[in-house]
Ligand binder design. Structure first.
Ligand code: TYD
Length: 205
C-alpha cells in the first residue's frame, strides 16, 4: 500500500526535535512536496483526551497503564492520520512515535522491551517509519531547555532522562539504516544542516 514517506523525530525532552521537524516541514514544502506534520501523543481527536491524561493526570499511574495509553493513542493516530496520508503519497512528519515507547517505557521505566516492540507492532499494524531522526542532547542541556514548567513525564528525575537518552542511542545502534543520530547540543542552524544532509540523501535515493 505504501506510496509516501514516513519520517519520525525522536529524542529526550528538550532535545529540540519539534523545532527541527517544523524546519524540515518548511524545507520539504518549498521543494514542492505535500507534507503533513503531526505528533504523539494527541493528534487525532480522541488522542487529545489521552494526551491530557498522560501528561497532566496527578495520581499514580502504573507503568503498563501508561504504555497502553500511549499505544492506544498511536493506534488511533496511525489509522486516522498517518496511514491515509502515506497511502495518498504524502510525506508524514511525526514528532514522536514508536521509539518513544521503547525509550521511555522500555529503557526509562524498565518495562519489557521485546513485549513493547510487539505491542507497538500491534498498534501500528506493522507500518514502520522509513527514516527516524534521534536528536541527541546531553541530559544537563536538555533539562535547562525544558525549564521549570514541567509536565508529568518531564518531571521525572535526571536518572530517568539519562536512561531515556541511552535508550535512544541503543535503538540507533540496533537499527542504523533507519535511525540516524544528530548531535543536538549544537545551535539550531547547525542541527538543521546536519538533518538536511541525511534527508537529502534519502530523498535522492
Ligand atoms: P510532549 O509535550 O509532546 O513533549 P515533547 O515536546 O518533548 O515531544 O510530551 C510527550 C511526552 O510523552 C514526552 O515526555 C515523551 C513521552 N512519551 C512517552 O513516554 N512514550 C511515548 O510512547 C510517547 C509518544 C511519548
Amino acid at each position: 500500500m505504501k506510496k509516501g514517506l514516513f519520517i519520525t523525530f525522536e529524542g529526550a525532552d528538550g532535545c529540540g526535535k519539534t523545532t527541527q521537524s517544523k524546519l524540515v516541514q518548511k524545507y520539504l514544502e518549498e521543494k514542492g512536496y505535500t507534507v503533513i506534520w503531526t505528533r504523539e501523543p494527541g493528534s487525532a481527536g480522541l488522542g487529545q483526551k489521552i494526551r491530557e491524561l498522560l501528561l497532566h493526570y496527578e495520581g499514580d499511574v502504573a507503568p503498563m497503564c501508561e504504555a497502553f495509553l500511549f499505544l492506544a493513542d498511536r493506534a488511533q493516530h496511525i489509522e486516522h492520520i498517518i496511514k491515509p496520508a502515506v497511502k495518498e503519497g504524502k510525506i508524514v512528519i511525526c514528532d514522536r512515535h514508536t521509539d518513544s515507547t521503547i525509550a521511555y517505557q522500555g529503557y526509562g521505566r524498565g518495562e519489557d522491551i521485546p513485549q513493547l516492540k510487539s505491542l507497538n507492532n500491534l498498534a501500528t499494524g506493522g507500518l514502520k517509519p522509513d527514516l527516524t531522526f534521534v536528536f541527541d542532547v546531553s541530559t544537563e542541556v536538555a533539562q535547562k531547555r525544558v525549564g521549570s514548567e514541567k509536565d508529568r513525564m518531564e518531571a521525572e528525575g535526571i536518572e530517568f532522562h539519562k536512561k531515556v537518552r541511552n535508550g535512544y542511542l541503543e535503538i540507533a545502534r540496533q537499527e542504523p539504516d533507519r535511525v540516524k543520530v544528530i548531535n543536538a547540543d549544537n545551535d539550531i542552524e547547525t542541527v538543521f544542516e546536519d538533518t538536511k544532509k541525511i534527508l537529502d540523501t534519502i530523498l535522492n535515493k
